[in-house]
Design a protein around this ligand. Structure first.
Ligand code: NAD
Ligand code: ZN
Length: 265
């Protein structure tokens, strides 16, 4: 096991990291069923802030956390109104995939990608060129809306058009219920089939590569112990320590945009 200390450690050197990347790459090169698990950190280089990183939305503005909670959203029309205004200008609509996303496309091109489990809701893996059938979005997607009452799903752009036309909190066309983006809010249950598939593919993996996640949001983070129990080598790439470092065979602390391309070179 190669563990490089946390980035705050004075003992981490570039050569330590390079050696650890080389070792992890040997496992990756030999792998046949890689599961990549991504979090918000893979999209920060595309201009979408994470929640808990140094420039994270919640790190800078703890009040923003309130809007991510399902009960608050359903109970408070003012909060929904603000949420629709935020959705009009979210960086996700114009963001482009980066080097990190491209490295995962390369893994798929090499025929090694078993599945890509993502906590991200931004759709950038599909935009980068990963097969949508391989992408398991455990926390949903911002590209669609969902009615909280009748479950009607439709493209986000349709509802954003209504907001631009002056509806501050557009109700569901079908039943008049509350609309939200088709994402899993905090306090909301995950879709059972989706999270079960994510945990199952993780258990089937021979290398499990976790990228840009604090691995502190459950049940998604349970993919790490599931992968480990299935016999996978676990590689974690992140700027900071994560909640699952104890399961890792290789913990690569640094910038995703540098480490992932080096791993998949
Ligand atoms: P998180 O905010 O808890 O953790 C992100 C981690 O990535 C942090 O530890 C941070 O240090 C690291 N990081 C950020 N940029 C990095 C970089 N360039 N290189 C290396 N490391 C970097 O994110 P999470 O674990 O995904 O959990 C947050 C929840 O919020 C998820 O459920 C997700 O659905 C949602 N979310 C999604 C997006 C998105 O779709 N892009 C953005 C914000 C939040
Ligand atoms: Zn409805």
């Amino acid at each position: 096991m190669a563990v490089i200390g946390a980035p705050s450690s004075a003992f981490v050197t570039t050569s330590d990291l390079t050696a650890a990347i080389d070792e992890a790459r040997r496992h990756l090169d030999a792998a046949q069923r890689v599961v990549v698990f991504t979090g918000a950190g893979i999209s920060t280089d595309s201009g979408i802030p994470d929640f808990r990183g140094p420039n994270g939305l919640w790190t800078k503005n703890p009040a923003a956390e309130k809007a991510s909670n399902l009960q608050n959203y359903l109970a408070d029309p003012e909060l929904r109104k603000a949420a629709w205004q935020n959705r009009l200008t979210t960086p996700a609509w114009t963001a482009q995939p980066n080097e990190g996303h491209a490295a995962i496309v390369e893994l798929e091109r090499r025929g090694q990608l078993h599945a890509l489990v993502t906590q991200n809701i931004d759709g950038l893996h599909q935009k980068a060129g990963n097969d949508p059938d391989k992408v398991i979005e455990v926390h949903g997607t911002v590209w669609f809306t969902r009615c909280w009452d009748c479950r009607d799903q439709r493209p986000m752009e349709q509802t954003l058009g209504r907001v631009r036309a002056g509806e501050v909190d557009p109700p569901c066309f079908v039943c008049g219920g509350i609309l939200k983006s088709d994402t899993i809010s905090f306090g909301q249950a995950l879709v059972p089939e989706v999270i079960e598939r994510a945990l199952q593919v993780s258990e089937e993996s021979d290398v499990f590569l976790a990228v840009g996640s604090s691995l502190s949001v459950f049940p998604a983070a349970n993919a790490v112990p599931r992968a480990k129990s299935g016999g996978a080598k676990v590689v974690i790439v992140n700027a900071d320590e994560t909640g699952m470092d104890r399961f890792a065979d290789h913990t690569l602390f640094g910038q995703i945009g540098e480490i992932l391309p080096a791993l998949v070179r």
